[in-house]
Structures are given as structure tokens and as C-alpha cells.
Design a protein around this ligand. Structure first.
Ligand code: UFG
Length: 336
């Protein structure tokens, strides 16, 4: 299939591009390289551009007859979205509208959209099904919820079919060490802990130790990026085979506390690092896990790397390599 991947130079997008390339798809990546990297695009062609630029989008769709769009490009930092909400509505919601306008204009039949568990907000249940009412508690979640709604409305009014994937906590890296999370100033737990191991960070905090969970810290459903990436390829296959539009949670349906995650990082690294206990971070629900029955049923997806040690080990291997790469880059540039 001829596919457009927005944000394909980023962490999750680049893993998906690699799997799409290996599955034989013909890929154009459109990315503004704000948090992504050209080296992360292992297959297809990279077009550097921004989804705010409607002319650039139009030219892209005019030049290529896309059969599907996979839309990853977005800002993803929850606290930043609280401090700077319009940045999120602009880049996530308005730019999705720009993309949808081109999808409509050029009658692209299939869309896979990266959504998030943040659309559920702070539900009473800890295991979440897709039919729960959406009640995001931060602009990031709201910006994604609004995008979901636009996609559904456009699909109702046209022949567009979509698969919306609601990601839980994505972590880990390519098992062969080629790709990983290189996002600058990352805030995600496993990434932060791995940066402590490599020395890129002096230490970290646990945000909140008074939650109603087994050790007082938040429980999250960590899913390996390769399993998540495979769900995208399967979503395309599903639509190509005539499958219906759907909204699917992406998670394993089990959770680990922050302390448990940090312990596994220490264990896998074979070293310790300073961990302070801090007050709760605004907007963190106590426990979130995916009910994944639907994605199993609809796509036939099932986890292959549901093992926190594998998630952490691949993240750690990547982090060490990434720090070396950056150090080499720094040495290299000072030599010129
Ligand atoms: N945490 C720490 N210290 C850190 C970083 C994180 O204690 O330095 C804790 C957080 O407070 C939270 C847990 O680790 O309890 C996980 O935090 P992350 O920042 O890794 O991930 P979130 O659960 O906040 O965010 C994820 C996705 C978002 C999505 C959200 C839905 O990354 O895209 O789940 O709740 F919006």
C-alpha cells in the first residue's frame, strides 16, 4: 500500500515505519523533525514539513496517491499541555483538521490515528474499555479527543474508514537496537529512569506515594513499542480486507507501580541511582490499565513482549547507545 506516515521520524512512528517497510509498504514520511530524527526513518522517503502548512500538505497529496494515512505527528507531554494549551490545540487538533481536509479532498480511504488513554481522564474503573465516556482532564487528552471526534464525523459523512488506537504507556525499543526513544527532555518514567542509569540525569522523583495502590505509587500498563507498532500494521491489513472502522485500546491489561518499574530498571542496569519521593504530579490518575479484548478480537493482535524486563532492557540498551551517539556527535562537531 502507498502510505503517508506523519510523525514517522519520531519514537513510535519510526518503529511503525520500519515494520511497514519490512511488510512491503511504500512509505512517505512527513515530519517537521521537531522531536524526530532523519536517521530514524529506515524505510521510504522523508519529506520535511509541517502540518500547519496547508499548501505543503496539498502538494504532498497531489504528488502521491495515498491509500492510507497513519497520523502520529503530535505533542505528547501532559504537563506542558496544561501550561501551554493552545500549543496542543494548534498542533494536535488544528493540524489534524488540516490533514483531514486533504484526506477528504483527495479521497484517501484509510486512516490510522494515534490516540491515547488520556482521553478517558480519571475514570473510577482501573481497567478501561473503549466505550467508557471520554472525560480528559488535561489539554493533551482533550486535543486528542477532539481529533477522534473529527475523524468519526468525517468518516460518517464520507467513505473514509479509520482505526483509532488508544495507547497506554508505550516504552522499550526495537529488539535489534536500531531505534528507540530519542525524544529530548522526555518525561516518561522508563525513559527518565534509564537516563539516570547512563548519567544523563543525576536522579529522579517518584510523583506521589499516597495513591490507593499496592505500594502507594501509580499503576500503569506499559506496552512494548514493537507490539504497539505491530497493531498499526494489523490495523492497515484490517481495513484493506474491508474491516470496519473501530477504536481500540493498546495495552496489555496489567499494571506495574512506579516503584516496581524503578526496581526493574535498577536490577537490569545492575546499579543504583538517586530516587526522591515528591508530591503527586497534577492530573495523574492512580491506576490505568487497558481492557484489550477488542483489539484481540478485531485485529487478531496479541502481545509478544509482555515482559517488563524486556521492555526495560531494550529501553536501557537503546539509552546507552543513544548517549554514546550523542557524545560522538558532540566530539565530532567540536572537531570542526
Ligand atoms: N513518574 C514518576 N517520575 C517521573 C516520571 C513519571 O514518578 O520522573 C510517574 C508518573 O507520575 C506516573 C507514572 O510514572 O504515575 C507514569 O508516568 P509517565 O509520564 O511515564 O506516563 P503517564 O502515565 O503520565 O502518561 C501516559 C502517556 C500519555 C497519556 C497518559 C494517560 O504517556 O500520553 O499515559 O494517562 F496521556
Amino acid at each position: 500500500m502507498k502510505v503517508l506516515v506523519t510523525g514517522g521520524a519520531g519514537y513510535i512512528g519510526s518503529h511503525v515505519v520500519r515494520q511497514l517497510g519490512e511488510a512491503g509498504h511504500d512509505i512517505i514520511v512527513f515530519d517537521n523533525l521537531s522531536t524526530g530524527y532523519a536517521w530514524a526513518v529506515t524505510h521510504g522517503e522523508l519529506v520535511v514539513g509541517d502540518l500547519a502548512d496547508e499548501d505543503a500538505i496539498d502538494a504532498l497529496f497531489r504528488d502521491h496517491q495515498f491509500e492510507a494515512v497513519l497520523h502520529f505527528a503530535a505533542h505528547i507531554v501532559v504537563p506542558e499541555s496544561v501550561a501551554n494549551p493552545l500549543k496542543y490545540y494548534r498542533n494536535n487538533t488544528r493540524n489534524t483538521l488540516n490533514l483531514l481536509a486533504a484526506i477528504e479532498r483527495y479521497q484517501v480511504p484509510h486512516l490510522v490515528f494515534s490516540s491515547t488513554a488520556a482521553v478517558y481522564g480519571m475514570p473510577e474503573q482501573t481497567v478501561l474499555t473503549e466505550d467508557l465516556p471520554l472525560a480528559p482532564i488535561n489539554p493533551y487528552g482533550a486535543s486528542k479527543m477532539m481529533s477522534e471526534r473529527m475523524i468519526m464525523d468525517l468518516a460518517a459523512a464520507s467513505s473514509l474508514r479509520y482505526v483509532i488506537l488508544r495507547y497506554f504507556n508505550v516504552a522499550g525499543a526495537d529488539l535489534d537496537g536500531r531505534l528507540g526513544q530519542a525524544t529530548p527532555e522526555a518525561t516518561h518514567l522508563i525513559k527518565v529512569a534509564c537516563e539516570c542509569v547512563t548519567g544523563a540525569r543525576d536522579g529522579m522523583s517518584i510523583f506521589g506515594t499516597d495513591y490507593d495502590t499496592r505500594d502507594g505509587t501509580c499503576v500503569r500498563d506499559y506496552i512494548h513499542v514493537e507490539d504497539l507498532a505491530r497493531a498499526h500494521v494489523m490495523a492497515l491489513d484490517h481495513m484493506a480486507a474491508g474491516g470496519e472502522s473501530d477504536v481500540l485500546n493498546c495495552g496489555y491489561g496489567r499494571g506495574f507501580t512506579v516503584r516496581e518499574v524503578i526496581d526493574v530498571v535498577r536490577q537490569q542496569a545492575g546499579c543504583d541511582f538517586p530516587v526522591a519521593e515528591s508530591p503527586r504530579r497534577a492530573g495523574d490518575p492512580g491506576a490505568l490499565m487497558a481492557d484489550n479484548q477488542r483489539i484481540r478480537r478485531v485485529l487478531g493482535w496479541s502481545p509478544r513482549h509482555d515482559d517488563l524486563e524486556v521492555i526495560v532492557r531494550t529501553a536501557l540498551d537503546w539509552e546507552r547507545q543513544w548517549q554514546r551517539k550523542q557524545a560522538d556527535g558532540a566530539t565530532h562537531s567540536t572537531n570542526h
